[in-house]
Design a protein around this ligand. Structure first.
Ligand SMILES: Nc1ncnc2c1ncn2[C@@H]1O[C@H](COP(=O)(O)OP(=O)(O)OP(=O)(O)O)[C@@H](O)[C@H]1O
Ligand SMILES: [Mg+2]
Length: 248
């Protein structure tokens, strides 16, 4: 069974932590290589804590995305394209905060990396979170990688079903679920999925997230879209994701 790091006193677990926590000393990442990167962020192992990772924004991508936007959207500024800012906001969402306030920490972090808020580094502000690992200590692979290399095994299916049941139960809001934003740990009795990117929802859905009927419908749609996405990941018809969605 897994032995995940116990939360420390500096855990980001409640609404007030972000405004009251003092920034620690700046962490130097200058001699480090990222262990992974997405299109928007570089991910580093935390230099002082092997259970955590630090995600810093790739500013060139924000600028490129900003320049592709319509003049009207540009009026809203660059900050809304900052994935770290969006992720901080996503952790404030009603469903997640309510569960934490009720003491349901284990349920919240069952499929999310523990989140520790914002940390200054030599590469700018980072979002600090739990680094999800496998039993042998390696960084957990993405669901996308596992589907490509071993296919959707019954065990993996079980892990996916468990993750989707957790979403429906907790009503934690996510953006579109993508297999490269989920990692799979083998530290449990069956593969366990963690959503490492894509928590939260656009401004209006997140504002409506305390309305139970509304959030359940929102989550149902995200789950249906994800199931379609999994079918596409396994299909060998050569269709683009856009064409696949329209034809099914
Ligand atoms: N907490 C974590 N534990 C293990 N691996 C992680 C974690 N966070 C990120 N990764 C790895 O780093 C990759 C990039 O991280 P992330 O998805 O956060 O970057 P991004 O730039 O925001 O992604 P995108 O391109 O989807 O916008 C992930 O696909 C995953 O392989
Ligand atoms: Mg990602």
């Amino acid at each position: 069974m897994c032995s995940r790091a116990k939360p420390s006193l500096t855990d980001y677990t409640g609404t007030n932590r972000i405004s009251t926590s003092q920034p620690g000393p700046m962490l130097d990442l200058s001699d480090q290589q990222p262990f992974a990167q997405g299109s928007n962020r570089k991910c580093f192992r935390h230099p002082l804590d092997s259970t955590r990772c630090l995600k810093v924004i790739r500013p060139e991508n924000i600028t490129a995305r900003f320049e592709r936007q319509s003049p009207v959207k540009r009026l809203l500024g660059k900050e809304r394209l900052n994935d770290n800012a969006q992720e901080l906001r996503a952790h404030q969402q009603h469903a997640l905060q309510q569960l934490l306030n009720q003491g349901n920490e284990a349920l919240v972090w069952a499929h999310l990396p523990r989140f520790y808020g914002s940390t200054p580094t030599s590469l700018g502000m980072a979002n600090e979170s739990e680094l999800i690992r496998c039993a042998d200590g390696s960084v957990a692979p993405t669901l996308e990688h596992l589907i490509k290399t071993q296919g959707l095994t019954p065990d993996l299916h079980r892990g996916i079903d468990e993750f989707l049941a957790w979403l429906s139960q907790t009503r934690i809001l996510t953006r579109n679920l993508l297999p490269h934003n989920l990692v799979v740990s083998d530290q449990f009795d069956h593969p366990r999925l963690f959503l490492i990117d894509g928590l939260g929802a656009p401004t209006i859905p997140q504002a409506l997230d305390s309305v139970p009927g509304w959030s359940s419908r929102y989550i149902k749609r995200k789950i249906e879209r994800f199931q379609k996405r999994l079918a596409w990941e396994q299909s060998h018809e050569g269709l683009s994701w856009e064409d696949f969605q329209h034809l099914r």
